[in-house]
Design a protein around this ligand. Structure first.
Ligand SMILES: NC(=O)c1ccc[n+]([C@@H]2O[C@H](COP(=O)([O-])OP(=O)(O)OC[C@H]3O[C@@H](n4cnc5c(N)ncnc54)[C@H](O)[C@@H]3O)[C@@H](O)[C@H]2O)c1
Length: 332
């Protein structure tokens, strides 16, 4: 079986590829993984060493908003597609046209490619689309969001994610493929450099002090956010690809299991886990643009539906920080 990962050079794409290589097979179709195609708009600044030199990994670079390029990816057929390519939140607020081109046109290009790919085994491809908890927002948003909360996002990014979720439901209803949407909370701890997501500081508040650098906290420390550890993001998304469609019914969008934590609780966890390591400082300096976006997001998530279908949840933020130190600092 071949797997396609769009946004495959990104943070989550690389984590999913690593986990797929480690497992060797998924509980989907004929299971065994022959090839993982990572497609992205350009080479990343950093490839995880675990992906380099593995003969099952190949790369294809091009713009997902370009229908011809996406069409060219389907010279082979894929059993599983993880669709992660996206303009992210703050970037989408800066560039409306780009957000629509990449997130909407890109999704349509991809979904049409999967719909029309050769399918000799007559098995529907499994497709997981990375949506976001940023698909909630506005006056309708309840204090705690769950899988039946109304989605009225206050960002262009969130709006494109809601549309993506609806397309996944409809392509699945029509039998074009077997799709699912994973509604991601903020994933911590992103290694390397920040991206253009408004939530980027949430990884920075661990990463920068551990590198001995100061980190500006642009929101109030009392702000609460649902978060998920980077090891479990791959486990959750893969499990969502594997679950029986009957467990999902006709609403294929699932909020991934998250811990609801305040920024202060995360800063405290870093100090607890870091022990005697020298840490850079947290500098509280409110940024109106970032605060407005983050305060407009859901601050608490109820993920009982995800847990009921077997998706994993992190044990604690302390464990996530310990894993990051083990994977990215002590093993370098
Ligand atoms: N990481 C999080 O905290 C988080 C939270 C909610 C949702 N998500 C969603 O999960 C997915 C993966 O997030 P991530 O953290 O890995 O982000 P990322 O920025 O690391 O990866 C996204 C990838 O999409 C690629 N991309 C952008 N424009 C493209 C284009 N025109 N053509 C092809 N590829 C393009 C980027 O180059 C990048 O590698 C995204 O869809 C994101 O919206 C992530």
């Amino acid at each position: 079986m071949k797997i396609l990962i769009t946004g495959g050079a990104g943070f989550v794409g690389q984590r999913i590829a690593l986990e797929c290589l480690k497992r060797g097979s998924l509980e989907v179709g004929d299971g065994s993984i022959d090839e993982i195609v990572l497609t992205d708009v350009s080479e990343p600044a950093f490839w995880h060493p675990g992906l380099i030199g593995d003969s099952r990994i190949s790369t294809r670079f091009g713009d997902i908003g370009d229908a011809q390029f996406v069409h060219s990816l389907f010279d082979v057929s894929y059993g599983v597609v993880f669709h992660l390519a996206s303009v992210v939140s703050a970037h989408g607020e800066q560039d409306f046209d780009l957000a629509l081109r990449v997130n909407l046109d890109g999704a349509r290009n991809l979904f049409e490619g999967i719909r029309h790919q050769e399918n000799p085994s007559n098995q529907q491809a499994r497709v997981v689309f990375a949506s976001s908890i940023a698909s909630f927002g506005g006056d309708c948003m309840p204090d705690v969001v769950d899988d039946v909360s109304k989605q009225t996002p206050l960002t262009t990014y969130g709006t494109t994610k809601v549309i993506g979720e609806l397309l996944i439901n409809d392509y699945s209803r029509k039998g074009f493929f077997d799709g699912r949407s994973a509604r991601l909370p903020t994933v911590i701890v992103r290694p390397g450099k920040p991206n253009l997501a408004a939530s980027s500081f949430v990884s920075g508040l661990f990463r920068e002090p551990l590198n001995g650098e100061d980190c500006v906290i642009p929101v109030e420390p009392t702000l609460s956010m649902p978060v998920l550890g980077y090891r479990n993001i791959a486990n959750s998304i893969i499990k969502l690809a594997e679950v029986d469609a009957a467990l999902l019914g006709n609403d294929r969008a699932v909020g991934l299991p998250a811990l609801n934590l305040t920024v202060q609780e995360m800063m405290d966890a870093l100090k607890r886990v870091a022990g005697n390591r020298h840490l850079g400082e947290h500098i509280l300096k409110r940024d109106e643009a970032i605060s407005t976006i983050c305060e407009g997001w859901a601050q608490h998530a109820d993920c009982r539906r995800a847990l009921s279908i077997g998706l994993p949840i992190d044990t604690s933020v302390d464990d996530i920080v310990s894993q990051y130190i083990e994977d990215y600092l002590d093993n370098e």
